[in-house]
Ligand binder design. Structure first.
Ligand SMILES: [Zn+2]
Length: 233
């Protein structure tokens, strides 16, 4: 293997390491990220709060209506029980019973309406629970997949690192240093492939003598135009 070919191979490894490395970072940023659950969790919380509030309100109003009902029964008991005979007292009892009955009716109508709302809220809660459990299961399986992917990428990265080390060790120290410096200064591309007489690094046509030198590959040839090392495959 010529040095240019070895350097080109090293560059391929370095690009692959960078690509896998950035994939690792993006996978890592998703591991443990609960953002996808925020919406279903908050919807479930609101549905639970609404249901509990309606339930408590309904129970309280029902209790109040029960008190009125008992009071009305007592008044009616007195009214028709025959123990009260005084006309003015009876009139007062009747008036109070009428008021209580009207109040009770209003309360019972309101309770019916609350019951409807409560039923609607029960269905909404069940739906929110269903959706949340689907999303949570999906999230869990996504997380498992991400963790597996992260592990595989890590293994791949380790393998690439070993190959990179072997490739670099086989290269003369001076050429390796030149490669590293060019890779830094030339946007990650130190070695440019030559195709149909063109440097792929800058797309300029190479002079014939330079092309020949690069093809013979006895020494490293750089592109006059972009300064990259040339590699004829
Ligand atoms: Zn060039």
């Amino acid at each position: 293997m010529t040095t240019a070919r070895q350097l080109f191979h090293l560059q391929e490894l370095d690009s692959e390491i960078a690509r896998v490395g950035s994939e690792v970072s993006s996978v890592e940023s998703l591991i443990g990220d609960r953002t996808p659950l925020a919406e279903p969790e908050s919807a479930l919380k609101s549905a639970q709060e609404r249901y509990h509030k309606l339930h408590a309100d309904h129970a309280e109003k029902e209790l109040q209506a029960g008190t009125i009902r008992t009071k009305l029964e007592e008044e009616r008991g007195k009214l028709y029980g025959g123990t009260v005979t005084n006309v003015r007292e009876l009139e007062a009892l009747e008036q109070e019973s009428t008021l209580l009955a009207a109040d009770l009716q209003r309360r019972e109508e309101a309770l019916l309406q609350m019951m409807e709302e409560l039923e609607e809220s029960t269905s909404a809660l069940a739906e929110a629970e269903r959706r949340h459990s689907i999303e949570a299961a999906q999230w869990k399986s996504d997380q498992e997949e991400l963790t597996n992917r992260w592990q595989k990428l890590g293994e791949g990265l380790e393998e690439l690192g070993t190959k990179r080390k072997e490739t670099a060790q086989a290269l003369p120290a001076g050429e390796l240093k030149r490669y590293e410096a060019l890779r830094t200064s030339k946007g990650g591309v130190a070695v440019a492939r030559v195709e149909r007489g063109l440097c792929r690094g800058c797309l300029m046509t190479l002079p014939t003598h330079q092309m020949q030198k690069a093809r013979m590959a006895r020494e490293l040839v750089t592109c006059n135009s972009c300064g990259r090392l040339l590699f004829v495959s």
